[in-house]
Design a protein around this ligand. Structure first.
Ligand SMILES: [Zn+2]
Length: 226
């Protein structure tokens, strides 16, 4: 569960970083547009000033020079206006990107919140199952003699989940070793309470024969053996 949650958080963090970076790009683009707009204003102001001066010049040369200055300033203003237009397109592009990443992040947040909830529910269910099984085991262990329980736990450490092995057809079902006929006979007897272990794998042996709910024929076979 922690790994799954970490992966989900890493995905969200990646998307958040991408959105933050897109927003920063947009802010820069907006600032740059403002600067370009100021350039346009400055060139236009300058052209206007030259035009005002042109009415008061005395010589032809001075007039010509001013006209050149006006043309220059107007051309600069036009260039700056083109740059503003280009910048507007860059801004639109940046705005679209921010919008898209924002929508994607919201979608991921929703999906991951649902996934987290599911993971937590699964975990709670597993925990409950584990607690039930632990309580059951504790209750069962209480009924078992201490030395036998110790033996069981020692074997269970070596063979997790299968400290016991069934004997069927004279064989240990866990490792396949044949059991001594005398051992099998005692295992199948209802009265004998001795503990037998497989000589090869060391598991505690048990027999389901004679099976209490078995068909009469099988019961008869079991009875005949004992
Ligand atoms: Zn065995």
């Amino acid at each position: 569960m922690p790994r799954k949650l970490r992966e989900a958080d890493a995905k969200l963090n990646g998307e958040r970083a991408a959105l933050a970076s897109a927003k920063e790009t947009l802010t820069h683009a907006l600032t740059h547009r403002k600067k370009l707009e100021l350039d346009v204003e400055q060139w236009k102001t300058r052209a206007k000033k030259y035009r005002e001066q042109s009415s008061s010049v005395k010589t032809n040369e001075a007039y010509k020079a001013l006209q050149q200055e006006i043309a220059g300033a107007e051309s600069e203003a036009a260039k700056a206006e083109d740059l503003v237009l280009e910048q507007m397109m860059a801004i639109e592009e940046a705005e679209r990107r921010v919008k898209r990443l924002d929508a994607e992040l919201k979608e991921s947040e929703k999906a991951i919140a649902a996934e987290k909830k599911q993971i937590e529910e699964q975990f709670a269910e597993k925990k409950k199952g584990w607690e039930t099984a632990t309580a059951e085991r504790r209750a069962t262990a209480k009924k078992i003699p201490e030395d036998l329980l110790e033996l069981y736990e020692r074997i269970a450490k070596k063979h997790p989940g299968s400290a016991l092995a069934q004997v069927r057809d004279g064989q240990c079902k866990a490792c396949g070793l044949r059991a001594l006929p005398h051992t099998v006979q005692l295992l199948e007897s209802d009265t004998d309470e001795e503990i037998f272990r497989c000589e090869s794998c060391g598991r505690i042996l048990y027999s389901l024969e004679p099976i209490p709910h078995a068909t009469p024929k099988e019961s008869a076979t079991g009875a005949a053996n004992s």
